[in-house]
Design a protein around this ligand. Structure first.
Ligand SMILES: [Zn+2]
Length: 294
């Protein structure tokens, strides 16, 4: 079976053909134009597909926003996607292309990608966290994503860890992602020196022996670990897969893992903290897996 996989983000849309072994081909990336509205996004995505691809048996779509995956509709999308909320993406694409279409939220798709083709292949149960602008999370139980009542389960970034702390975009105060996201690391590093504008600059600074920066990094590792420790105590998972920009640094994953093992209740220490392996292809492969592993 050949699946056309689509990964819709706020800035770009990625597309690829995926065969049943997870091999990708004919990768294409276009601007999403999400700001121009949901209808524009869907129309110009359909145009790009029709222009480039043929011979696919199904379409799997990973998308930003809260998704009703039974209906293949968008329950909620934020202000970066005006008019996308309420759109019946599955129905629109099935009508246009005449093949089965499945739709899943991007974070859940990435977790499914790791489950079927990446770091999660050996585990039936695991948690998946992505550290970027915020912290995305997914809960995989019995090889499927646990979704909760509204498809929103796994919002680990909004666990309240510092109730007297920083206000979060979600309206709560002291959320995990205000302290543990990559954005928080960069913000703290830039307070030391404005040249530390991203993960790469920070790692260069560490190589050059900036000791204050090392302290900033260690404090951040502790924040990341604190969130993970709480999750481990709740789920007692065999594995946690972590990914996102800076987490591609293996050293960092090791440091987080060591800190977690140090803090966690001793009977929970068997948990493995491992790196996501699919990088920015996780969403595409997860979208494909909606058809390939049913
Ligand atoms: Zn929050």
């Amino acid at each position: 079976m050949n699946v056309l996989a689509v990964d819709i983000g706020g800035t770009n849309i990625k597309m690829s053909m995926v065969d049943s072994t997870g091999q990708t081909s004919a990768f294409k990336e276009i601007e999403s134009g999400a700001k121009k509205g949901g209808q524009y996004l869907v129309d110009h995505l359909m145009e790009a597909i029709a222009e480039t691809y043929s011979g696919f048996d199904a379409i799997g779509i990973s998308t930003a926003g809260q998704v009703n995956s039974e209906e293949g509709s968008i329950i909620f999308a934020n202000e970066n996607f005006p008019g996308y909320t309420g759109m019946h993406v599955k129905a629109l694409f099935e009508e246009r292309f005449g093949v089965p279409v499945k739709v899943e939220n991007d974070v859940n798709s990435a977790a499914l990608g790791e489950k079927h083709f990446g770091a999660g292949q050996d585990f039936n149960d695991f948690l998946c966290l992505t550290y970027g602008t915020g912290i995305g999370g997914a809960i995989v139980i019995d090889s499927t994503v646990y979704k909760g009542m509204n498809g929103s389960a796994g919002e680990f970034g909004h666990m309240i860890l510092h109730p007297d702390g920083l206000k979060c975009n979600c309206g709560c105060v002291g959320c995990y992602e205000m302290y543990g996201a990559t954005t928080a690391l960069v913000k703290n590093a830039m307070e030391l020196n404005s040249k530390y504008i991203n993960g790469r600059a920070i790692f260069e600074g560490l190589e050059q022996g900036d000791q204050q920066l090392e302290k900033v990094l260690n404090d951040w590792v502790l924040e990341v670990a604190n969130g993970l420790v709480s999750l481990i105590h709740i789920f007692n998972p065999p594995a946690i897969i972590i990914g996102g920009g800076v987490m591609e640094q293996k050293k960092l994953v090791k440091a987080v893992s060591a800190k977690v093992q140090e803090l966690v209740i001793s009977s929970f220490t068997g948990v493995q903290i491992i790196s996501a392996t699919l990088g920015n292809k996780a969403g595409l492969l997860g979208a494909a897996s909606l058809h390939l592993n049913k």
